[in-house]
Unconditional design. Sequence first.
Length: 171
Amino acid sequence: MTTSPVSSLTIRLVAPHEHTEAGRVTAEAYRQSYDGLTDSYLSSLADVDGRVALGEVWVALDGEEIVGTVWTPRPGERLSELAEEGELDFRQLAVAPPARGRGVGEALTRHVIGLARERGAHRVVMNSGPEMLGAHALYLKLGFRRLTEREHPVEVEPGRFLDLRAFGLDL
């Protein structure tokens, strides 16, 4: 468990009884931020049971309230085939709309960087859609650089392609 620079924020692994709420927060954050998301994509964002089966879901809590989430791999694993050996990739960083502007996204990203260091990764990587400008600005602020050599259209749902942006932070 990590206490972040935001004085009342705690970051820890999601508890089983919190899966529904963590999924709701994640899906709502994306729904309010990005146009054109399909119901199936929003459902996948809300599927914390499925994400926990494949990795770790970390929650940022303000008191007892979940205000952010991020999905990371388990130690020694990768979430995406886009991640290379020795990299820690993370996905679906989400901040609840009422908690925006309070440093929650930065605290979650710094937590992921800390996990990568603890696990001996040489790089942290994140892929995100072209419209996720706030996330891109955060990554650049924290020292990530664009990995344009990895950028290409990726099928995120059957028949739906995104030109994902790739960012990396060498440790």
